[in-house]
Design a protein around this ligand. Structure first.
Ligand code: NAD
Length: 255
């Protein structure tokens, strides 16, 4: 049976990588999905494809998650279309890896705004409706960088530690009101942003090999492998799991 039947979900960053994989899997599991991203270039065709393949109503909506007004407008649009929002997945994110002293102030701010303020903006926008219905389920996409400090990745880990803190803090605040908030922490996953990062390394082939060797399972993860954990947390099977994080890193954080 489908695990998200009768549910509606908003997935941010749904135009690429892990967000797309989550949107696809949620639709397959019976959810109506709103695909939110900076443009509809990728989410427009994906929403139509999901509707054809699964029969589930999918819509593409545009917002920069850092802009509270745009976020509120997008959430209003989704609530008008679907009537309610049961699930929010905060997946939009960017990696910023810099030398601490060379980092420009705007780069620091962009990193914090997209990765931390963004999820908070979305949570603020969906929580009132969830409180009214005493049902809501939020999954934030953090990172292995929110657990293990890997040299050379500053300031991205600062934002991802913050996101895990936001998850724990708000997970507890709303626990008595039917809302669950958890995060998932992927290790290296093959997505367009990971490919772009690898391509930016001095020797991409060697870096890829190095990353694989660092993983106890000796292979890089795939977006769908992250999506299954988001599905579990977003489903009622996980109804006693709240304010915590699940690592999906092939054991990377343990070595
Ligand atoms: P991606 O770049 O392939 O996709 C991210 C999507 O988010 C893009 O479609 C982009 O347009 C959107 N986005 C970026 N900034 C936005 C903004 N301000 N407003 C709205 N949308 C915005 O990235 P991905 O690799 O799929 O990563 C998804 C999430 O997973 C991110 O939060 C990332 O930090 C996290 N993550 C990725 C990996 C990995 O190895 N790929 C590992 C750990 C965590």
């Amino acid at each position: 049976s489908q695990r998200l039947q009768q549910k509606t979900a908003v997935v941010t960053g749904a135009g690429s990588g892990i967000g797309s994989a989550i949107a696809r899997l949620f639709a397959r599991e019976g959810a109506r999905v709103a695909l939110l991203d900076l443009t509809t270039e990728a989410t427009g065709p994906l929403a139509r494809q999901l509707q054809q393949q699964t029969g589930q109503h999918g819509i593409a909506c545009v917002a920069d998650v850092t802009d509270r007004k745009q976020v509120q407008q997008a959430i209003n649009q989704v609530e008008d279309t679907f009537g309610q929002i049961d699930i929010l997945v905060n997946c939009a994110g960017i990696n910023v890896f810099r030398d601490a002293l060379a980092l420009a102030e705007e780069e620091w701010q962009r990193c914090m705004n997209v990765n931390l303020q963004g999820p908070y903006n979305l949570i603020r926008a969906v929580i009132p409706g969830m409180l009214r219905r005493r049902y809501g389920n939020i999954v934030n996409v953090a990172s292995v960088h929110g657990h293990k400090i890997i040299p050379g990745a500053f300031p991205y880990p600062v934002a991802k530690h913050g996101l895990i803190g936001l998850t724990r803090s708000l997970g507890v605040e709303y626990a008595g009101q039917g809302i669950r908030i958890n995060s998932i922490s992927p290790g290296l996953i093959l997505t367009p942003s990971a490919e772009a990062w690898l391509a930016s390394c001095p020797d991409p082939q060697a870096e890829r090999q190095k990353q694989q060797d660092l993983l106890p399972c000796k292979r890089i993860g795939e977006p769908e492998e992250v999506a299954y954990t988001a599905l579990f947390l977003a489903s009622d099977e996980a109804r006693f799991i709240n304010a915590t994080d699940i690592l999906i890193d092939g054991g990377r954080s343990q070595v």
